[in-house]
Write a protein of this length. Structure first.
Lengths: 295, 295
């Protein structure tokens, strides 16, 4: 069977099962009474970026998606390893712009580049490893959501989708992972489960459902949809890099007062995920952007 | 200016200077009274492998080059992050073979895969991050060679070159970093400077010369050249993955008795690198395989 017939999520599952890797974006390495958070993400010009994306966009984005994984665990990034695959016909100025993008993103979130590798490639291919730390009692996990709790998102949804449709590449690619919100949730031990929304709301809800053996009832009226976007984009389009988290219902007021987050629904016993809209209940599909399946 | 006019080594120098990254294969992160060693290397089918290389070869090699970087610091690898870029037309069986290669190499050296990323790519592209540890007092560094010391290599030289010429892909790609020898040198605090020979002997001598402000006088008769290889391959062809290290001359006997290593010359004050052959002194050129400059 070819990889395109398997798809990214099944492939990831196959590999993580084989090596007993925790099915998560970050590995927690216990060290010095803290956790070291380790994560890697690879981006490639053709498959990850609209054709007008600049080297600066690519540099920023390649670092930011890794930061997002550390941040969603309640961690603070402090070091990056950068493996660069670059075309030999590329101009030195383009490389400078990639590095500018990385540097400016790192300035915003902290840390420094501690090493890397530079190799020839047919097109820009960047694999970053981000290293962060988090106190053991402050870590955020994907596991822990319980029926009866509420589910929240930070910021607005559908921003990524509308930015792609309008070719607004700054909005689409200069993403800003929600470190302030995640650190607040982690320090105050409020979130019971948390992840970033890189794959889209629907897909992320299904991932939390699988890990926690629960389901969700989402209320359409509660969804903080970007003013230019719509329900379809908010549910199924990835690239928002907001946080999705669960917490006890009694924390709703506190959360919505302290950080830019809104309750969007509730955690239910049954492993199904539905949307309540105009008084009717609809099934939310398990779909979103997936590598290898793109055509 | 285009990257191909700059070349890999100048590019690496440019990037490491800009971000004040230590010019080394591994970063030393002080933790728990030890060092965590962090390194990343990217490999890509077209630029790194002969066309007959199998997925198994690629998997093994991608892990082994990273292990070599950790080992050359006196460290023991214990964890790996694996970012895989794979063609969507690739067969699942080929992926299994890549993973078999990785797994068998890891079995030999220890550790486990703790995370990764799987993305679409036009050809097999693998970026591994290896994480190792070493006791602070046992670490091997590229810095520390002093005039008057001796310089050594482990194993034989030119193996990589002859394996490439004969298309012996098992010998070329199923490389076995010298962990036993490196650990012995580290534990006994015998080597004053150490690095792996991935870029070839000449190129590696020039790197040590630059870092330490010293030169080398190499004796052709002392070079442990592979029986099928020759002087040219031994000096200028990379891919041997042996250790190159310096140590006080009085350690020669001890070293050559305890590990598979031979003295090949001496460290001199002057920053020049020469070969003594048939009583004459020749300049060793600063050349070896370099990415971006391949044509």
């Amino acid at each position: 069977m070819k990889l395109k017939d398997i798809g990214e999520r099944k492939l990831t599952y196959k590999i993580t099962s084989r090596f007993s890797i925790p099915f998560d974006d970050c590995y927690f390495l216990p060290i010095d009474g803290e956790y070291l958070l380790l994560t890697t993400d690879m981006v490639r010009k053709t498959t990850h970026f609209p054709k007008d994306a600049t080297p600066y966009h690519i540099g920023w984005y390649s670092i930011a998606v890794n930061i997002s994984d550390v941040v969603a665990k309640g961690g603070e990034p402090f070091a990056y390893l950068v493996a660069l695959g670059l075309p030999k016909e590329m101009d030195e100025k383009a490389l400078d712009e990639i590095l500018n993008g990385m540097e400016n993103c790192i300035k915003l979130y902290g840390g420094k580049i501690i090493g890397g590798d530079t190799k020839e490639a047919s097109e820009i291919t960047i694999a970053i490893t981000a290293i962060g730390k988090a106190k053991k009692r402050e870590v955020l996990s994907r596991e822990g959501a319980k029926a009866g709790e509420a589910v929240f998102v930070t910021g607005n949804l559908g921003k990524g989708g509308i930015a792609l449709l309008k070719n607004d590449l700054d909005k689409l690619l200069l993403i800003k992972p929600k470190i302030k919100e995640a650190r607040w949730l982690a320090k105050n031990k409020i979130a019971t489960a948390c992840m970033d929304l890189s794959d889209g709301l629907a897909s992320s809800l299904y991932q939390l459902s699988k890990i926690n053996g629960i389901g969700f009832r989402i209320f359409a009226d509660f969804l903080p949809i970007d003013e230019e976007a719509n329900l379809e984009l908010a549910l199924y389009y990835g690239g928002d890099y907001e946080l999705l988290f669960t917490a006890p219902k009694e924390e709703k007021e506190n959360i919505e007062k302290k950080i830019n987050a809104k309750m969007i629904g509730e955690v239910i016993d049954e492993k199904k995920i539905t949307l309540i809209k105009d008084g009717k209940e609809y099934k939310i599909e398990n779909k979103g952007y997936e590598h290898f399946k793109s055509t």
